[in-house]
Design a protein around this ligand. Structure first.
Ligand code: BYC
Length: 469
């Protein structure tokens, strides 16, 4: 069904024919806008931003581009098209027709997962609230705002499911999604990473590389769900999500590129010398990477999880790209797991979080390889690397086990003392913050980051992607 933009809430779910649902969502809409005004991007309401807006749900030609004031963005409800005769692709209900309604016995599990997914979306907007004030260019400012409005839309996507399928409980949860806040001492966001401040652009690029990539994997696994409206919602969210990871990968790549340029100019790779010339030294980039990667690893949950086993068994959440596997039931299969107590075998269903985490790590490695290629081509021996899956974990078997970034166990005292070598120290953060000066002249770029290879939607680099007014 095509997207109907003539209604107050754009949608392709025939909202006009479900007055109760329409009223519930129209009641939530002003609260969302109030939240956006208060917690969304600072000092941005008057800006005309060159944004893409979904106009269809096909892979081809699904978006249109144009200048929009963010509070006027048409946040709406877009589900990918229904796949005729779709059947459940994993677990105990393998091969049965998918559900158009939530099965009663799975209601609370589905609600928990949808709420957790939904909670991350406004959380990230809150985390990024002040970044616009220190953007390195109008190109980057526009990308930040694009990511922000789409996270806002992803919140709409989950709120639609809550309102449409969970009655009063769902409406209450939708309110709660706007009342928890990132980093709030009393009402924090649900998952750890979404309470970490993102107060500089290097963190933003690491977050969009590592944390949005968790989003990709979680959405892919929910796109397999036996609950068809959830699967279709997530399938379309994935279309939008690709750009967020592009922002992360190209952003980190441009910071690396600029560092290499400065290293060449000054004929030195001494970190302090690189800093003195206004770029971020490679060891600092590595420390930022260590921080965001390890935090994002926790987002997959415990290595051994009865929640994960039951979500898989009951058809709630499959594995990303489930079709790549031979066995979709996994009732007898086992998985070899390394824990601080040694190697052991667990039921594969219980290890689904770890299966996902390992696919995620492989995907993370691709960008690292590309960044290292730049470093290698420039003739330096330094290499960026993902730290061990055992390092700095707060969730699961390795939580609070002190190891170094290579995963070698170390004493607690050494762990705490050396942490400043492994993740950004106060001094690193203060230095990176000192670079964060706002550049808003069309075509100009801050000195700590290289320009991108090309502009947005084939426009030139000096296009005024944001008119600040
Ligand atoms: N922090 O059995 P366990 C995105 C909790 S990102 C705090 O180990 P389970 C995006 C867990 O909730 C994708 N708590 O794990 C990116 C549970 O609590 P309850 C977001 C944590 O349940 C960038 C308890 O520990 N989507 O979209 O198998 C920008 C034991 O749980 C953490 C999803 O996550 C943590 N890191 O799996 C914008 C998908 N980890 O319930 C957006 C939906 C675990 O006992 N969520 N806990 O109180 C899920 O599928 C699962 O909830 C999890 C956890 C994968 C997160």
């Amino acid at each position: 069904m095509s997207i109907n933009y003539s209604e107050r809430i754009p949608n392709n779910v025939d909202l006009a024919n479900d007055r109760t649902l329409q009223r519930a969502l129209e009641h939530w809409q002003p609260r969302f806008l109030e939240w956006w005004k208060e917690m969304g991007p600072r000092d941005s309401a008057q800006a005309d931003v060159y944004l893409r807006t979904a106009v269809g749900v096909d892979a081809q030609g699904w978006a249109s581009y144009g200048a929009v004031k963010m509070p006027d963005y048409r946040w709406g409800i877009f589900l990918a098209d229904r796949v005729p005769d779709r059947t459940i692709g994993f677990g105990d209900h393998y091969g049965e027709p998918v559900w158009q309604q939530v099965p009663g016995e799975l209601r609370s599990q589905f609600r928990r997962i949808i709420v957790t997914q939904g909670d991350t979306e406004p959380a990230s907007v809150e985390q990024q609230q002040r970044l616009g004030l220190t953007c390195p260019s109008l190109y980057d400012l526009r990308n930040l705002f694009q990511v922000n409005v789409e996270e806002g839309r992803h919140l709409w996507a989950m709120v639609y499911l809550l309102h449409a399928h969970f009655g009063r409980d769902g409406r209450e949860e939708a309110e709660e999604l706007l009342s928890r806040h990132s980093g709030d001492a009393d009402k924090p966001r649900i998952l750890g990473t979404f309470n970490e401040p993102i107060s500089d652009w290097l963190s933003f690029f690491m977050f969009t590389y590592f944390t949005d990539r968790d989003g990709k994997f979680q959405l892919k696994s929910l796109a397999e769900s036996g609950f068809d409206p959830l699967a279709r919602t997530c399938r379309f969210m994935l279309t939008e999500e690709a750009h967020h990871m592009f922002v992360g990968e190209s952003g980190v790549g441009r910071v690396v590129k600029r560092s290499l340029e400065v290293m060449k100019e000054i004929g030195s790779d001494d970190p302090q010398a690189v800093r003195n010339h206004g770029a971020v030294d490679l060891p600092t980039i590595q420390r930022y990477l260590n921080f965001w990667f390890t935090s994002s690893l926790d987002l997959f949950g415990s290595e051994v999880s009865s929640n994960a086993a039951s979500s898989f068994a009951s058809g709630i959440k499959g594995r990303p790209d489930e079709t790549q596997y031979q066995d979709h039931v996994c009732s007898d299969a086992t998985f070899t797991l390394e824990t601080p107590q040694g190697q052991g075998s667990v039921s594969l269903r219980n290890a689904m979080n770890e299966v996902m985490r390992q696919s995620y790590v492989k995907d993370c490695e691709l960008g690292i390889r590309r960044w290292n290629m730049q470093i290698q081509r420039a003739g330096y021996a330094f290499r960026l690397a993902l730290p061990s899956l055992h390092f700095r974990r707060s969730i699961g078997a390795w939580a609070n086990v002190p190891t170094d970034p290579q995963g070698k166990p170390v004493g607690r005292e050494e762990y705490e003392r050396r942490m400043v070598e492994w993740i950004p120290s106060e001094t690193d953060r203060a230095f990176v913050h000192s670079l964060m000066n706002r550049v808003v002249e069309p075509g100009k770029m801050a000195g700590w980051i290289a320009p991108p290879d090309r502009g947005i939607n084939n426009l030139p680099m000096d296009y005024e992607y944001v008119r600040l007014n």
